[in-house]
Ligand binder design. Structure first.
Ligand code: MSP
Length: 641
C-alpha cells in the first residue's frame, strides 16, 4: 500500500445544528490530517452532510420550504462552522449532490447484479415490519426502547411500519467481516470497541433492508424507482463517492484502494460502519476500510446535548469565547479521544487558562520580555551550553518521538500532551535558570544562552502544536522570524534554527488570560406580568398571559439595530413574526429550529418600524441572556400553565 492516508468523519444530519459533538470529530480529523502532512504523508480529508430521509422532508414541510432549500441552508451551517474552526477538508460531500446520487445508484446496481459466495442473489425482495424512530432514521427493536416504549435518544414513540423492501444478504458476509475484524485487517480502536463489535456477531445479526417505500426524499433504487435507498445505504457510500467511485477511477484507486483508510465515528453508529459497510464493500468485491476509530461522546453538565434542553454548545460559541485555535485545542483535550466526557463551559476556561494562557502563552511573553529589556529584542547566540540545555534537548527529542507515535495511534490527546509537556519542561528550565537574576547581575552571555534555548524550545512547540493551533503558531513563528508553516516535523528536532540578531517582538499576549464566568444565573424575565403594589400578583392576573411553545423557523438581523433580531415563528399552525432584543446573545443560525416560550396574546407592536406579534421569554443574569425553553421536545403550540 502507498504511504497516503485517507480520513473521514461521519456525514452530519442536516436537521441538527452543528454543535461541539460534530466539531469534536471534524477537528480531530483536521488535526490528524495536518500532522500527517507535517510527517510528509499525502492525505485526503473528507467531511460532509447527510441530507435525505423523511425527517428532512417533514422538517421542510413544517418550515414551509422545499427539502432542497432546507438542506442547502443547513448544509451551509456546517460549512460555516468548519470555516470558523479553521478546518481544511479536501472535499465536502453532500448526499444530495448528483455525483453522490449516481455513485449510490451504481453501488446498488452492482449489489443487485452480484451473487453471494454460495451463489444466491445479494439483493432480494421481502416484507419489513418494525418500529421505526424518525429521529434515528432506523428501526428499533423492543429491547432498544425505554420502559415507556419510547426511543431512548429522542423520547418519542416509534412508528410501526410495514412495507415491501429490498434486502441485503448480510448473513452471507458475516463470517468474512468477523474474520477481518478479528485479524485486525479491519482494525477497530479502541480495543474495547473491537470486543463490543465482536459481541454483536454473537448476539446474532440479520439481513437488512436497503430500500424504503414510504420515503420520498431519497435516492431512487435503480431497478425499482418506486423505492428509495435506505438512509444508511445512501449515507455510507459517501466515503467512496467523494473519491471517485462513480466517476473517477484513478482518484478512487489512489484514495480508496491504495491509501490507508480511516473512518472516525461516534459509538452510536458503530454497527453500520463496522459490519454493514464492510459487508456491502465485500459484496461488490471492493476493499474494506483499514481502521475505524470510535471516539467518545460529549455530555454537558451530565446531560446529553439537546435542542429541547437548550444545553447545546455550538462551535461558534466556543470560537467566540476562545478564538479558533484555542477552541480546537479545547475541543480535543477535555478527555481522552476514545472515552466519553462530561464538560461544563467553566471547564473550558480552566483548561484554557492553565494550559494555553499559563504554560504556553505566558512562557512566550516572559521570554520575549526579557529579550526586549536585555537584548533590545534581538535573538542572542547560545554560547554557553551546559548540561541543563543538553538535558532539555533530550527531553524534546523524546517528546517529538511521542508525538509521532500518538498520531499513528490516532491519539490527538497524546500529541497535545507531547507539546504541552515541552511547554512545562521549558517553564521548569526557565525558572530553574532564574534569568531575571542573570539580568540583574548582568550575566548576559549566560542569559543569552537561556533565552535562546527557551526561544528555540518555543519554536519546537510551534511545530508540534501547529496542527492544533495553526494561526497562533504561525503568529509565534513570524515573531521569531520563521515561515508561518513549518515545512516538516523534522524542524522540531533541530536544536538551532533561529536567526541571531532577528528582532522578535510580540505586541499582544498569544493567549490572554480569561475570566471564568459564573455558571449561568437564571432570573425570570417577567416584563409581561403586571405587578400589584406589593409586588405580588393574583393567579387570575397571571392567567391572562397566554404562554405558548413556539418553534423558530427563521431568524435574521434587523438592519441598523444591533440588538434586534426578526424571527419567524410557528405556534402550532399559526405563523407569526416577532422582533426580539437578543442579537447580542444569539446568532440567527443558533436559533432556527429551537423551541422557545412566547407570550402569545400581546397586542401587536412595532419595533424600528417592524411589526412584532408576541414576545419571547428570556432569562437574564449579569450580562448573560438565555432563552427560556422546554426541557422535553413538545410540539409548537403547546400551552403553558
Ligand atoms: N448521518 C449519520 C452518519 C452517517 S455516516 C455515513 C449521523 N449523523 S449525526 O449528525 O447524527 O452524527 C454524526 C456524528 O456526530 C456521530 O459520529 C455522532 O456520534 C457524533 N456526535 C453527535 N453528538 C455527539 C456528542 N455529543 N459528542 C460527540 N460526538 C457526537 O449519525
Amino acid at each position: 500500500m502507498s504511504n497516503s492516508y485517507y480520513i473521514t468523519t461521519p456525514i452530519y444530519y442536516v436537521n441538527d445544528r452543528p454543535h461541539i459533538g460534530h466539531g469534536y470529530c471534524t477537528v480531530a480529523a483536521d488535526v490528524l490530517t495536518r500532522y500527517r502532512r507535517l510527517l510528509g504523508r499525502e492525505s485526503f480529508f473528507l467531511t460532509g452532510t447527510d441530507e435525505h430521509g423523511s425527517k428532512v422532508e417533514k422538517a421542510a414541510e413544517s418550515s414551509g420550504v422545499s427539502p432542497k432549500e432546507l438542506v442547502d441552508r443547513n448544509s451551509d451551517l456546517f460549512k460555516e462552522s468548519w470555516r470558523a474552526l479553521l478546518v481544511e477538508n479536501d472535499y465536502f460531500v453532500r448526499t444530495t449532490d448528483e455525483r453522490h446520487e449516481k455513485a449510490v445508484q451504481k453501488l446498488i446496481s452492482r449489489l443487485h447484479e452480484a451473487t453471494t459466495p454460495d451463489g444466491q442473489p445479494v439483493i432480494y425482495p421481502g416484507d419489513y415490519r418494525g418500529l421505526y424512530c424518525l429521529g434515528c432514521e432506523k428501526f428499533l427493536t423492543e429491547k432498544d426502547l425505554t420502559s415507556e416504549g419510547l426511543c431512548p435518544d429522542h423520547l418519542t414513540k416509534p412508528e410501526l411500519l410495514s412495507e415491501k423492501n429490498y434486502f441485503f444478504r448480510l448473513t452471507s458476509y458475516l463470517d468474512r467481516v468477523r474474520e477481518l475484524i478479528e485479524s485486525d485487517r479491519l482494525k477497530i480502536l479502541p480495543r474495547e470497541r473491537k470486543n463490543e463489535v465482536l459481541g454483536l456477531f454473537k448476539q446474532g445479526l440479520e439481513d437488512f433492508s436497503i430500500s424504503r417505500e414510504k420515503v420520498r426524499w431519497g435516492i431512487p433504487i435503480p431497478f425499482d424507482p418506486s423505492q428509495k435507498a435506505y438512509v444508511w445505504v445512501d449515507a455510507l457510500p459517501n466515503y467512496i463517492s467523494a473519491v471517485g467511485f462513480g466517476d473517477d477511477p484513478s482518484a478512487f484507486s489512489k484514495w480508496w484502494r491504495n491509501s490507508h483508510v480511516t473512518h472516525l465515528i461516534g459509538k452510536d453508529i458503530l454497527k453500520f460502519h463496522t459490519i454493514f459497510w464492510p459487508a456491502m464493500l465485500l459484496a461488490i468485491g471492493e476493499k474494506v476500510p483499514d481502521l475505524i476509530f470510535i471516539h467518545g461522546y460529549f455530555t454537558v453538565s451530565g446531560q446529553k446535548m439537546s435542542k429541547s434542553l437548550g444545553n447545546v454548545i455550538s462551535n461558534h460559541d466556543l470560537v467566540e469565547r476562545f478564538g479558533p485555535d484555542a477552541a480546537r485545542y479545547l475541543l480535543l483535550n477535555m478527555f481522552p479521544f476514545g472515552t466519553d466526557g462530561d464538560i461544563r463551559i467553566s471547564d473550558f476556561y480552566k483548561k484554557y487558562n492553565s494550559d494555553l494562557a499559563n504554560d504556553f502563552g505566558n512562557l512566550v511573553s516572559r521570554a520575549l520580555k526579557l529579550l526586549e529589556s536585555n537584548f533590545a529584542g534581538k535573538i542572542p547566540p547560545a554560547s554557553e551550553l551546559r548540561g541543563d540545555e543538553t538535558a532539555l534537548r533530550e527531553f524534546i527529542g523524546g517528546a517529538i518521538a511521542k508525538c509521532r507515535a500518538e498520531i499513528d495511534a490516532i491519539n490527538p490527546n497524546g500529541a497535545a500532551e507531547s507539546f504541552m509537556s515541552v511547554c512545562r519542561e521549558l517553564n521548569r528550565y526557565f525558572d530553574s535558570q532564574k534569568p531575571w537574576a542573570l539580568a540583574k547581575e548582568k550575566e548576559l552571555t549566560r542569559l543569552g544562552t537561556v533565552l535562546r534555548t527557551t526561544l528555540e524550545g518555543i519554536r519546537t512547540v510551534s511545530v508540534l502544536a501547529h496542527p492544533y493551533m495553526p494561526t497562533k503558531c504561525a503568529e509565534i513563528r513570524k515573531t521569531l522570524g520563521l515561515t508561518p508553516q513549518p515545512a516538516s516535523i523534522s524542524e522540531a528536532a533541530e536544536p538551532f534554527v533561529l536567526h541571531e540578531g532577528f528582532e522578535a517582538k510580540l505586541s499582544t499576549a498569544v493567549f490572554p488570560r480569561l475570566e471564568t464566568p459564573p455558571d449561568r444565573d437564571i432570573a425570570a424575565h417577567t416584563a409581561a406580568a403586571p405587578a400589584c403594589s406589593d409586588g405580588l400578583i393574583d393567579i387570575a392576573e397571571f392567567g391572562k398571559v397566554q404562554l405558548r411553545v413556539a418553534e423558530i423557523l427563521a431568524a435574521e438581523p434587523v438592519p441598523k439595530a444591533d440588538k434586534l433580531l426578526k424571527l419567524q415563528i410557528a405556534i402550532g399552525s399559526d405563523r407569526r413574526q416577532i422582533v426580539a432584543g437578543i442579537a447580542q446573545h444569539y446568532k440567527p443560525d443558533q436559533l432556527v429550529g429551537r423551541k422557545i416560550i412566547v407570550v402569545a396574546n400581546l397586542k401587536p407592536a412595532k419595533l424600528r418600524g417592524i411589526e412584532s406579534n408576541g414576545m419571547l421569554l428570556a432569562a437574564k443574569g449579569g450580562d448573560k441572556l438565555a432563552l427560556l425553553t422546554v426541557d422535553f421536545d413538545l410540539p409548537s403550540g403547546a400551552t403553558i400553565s
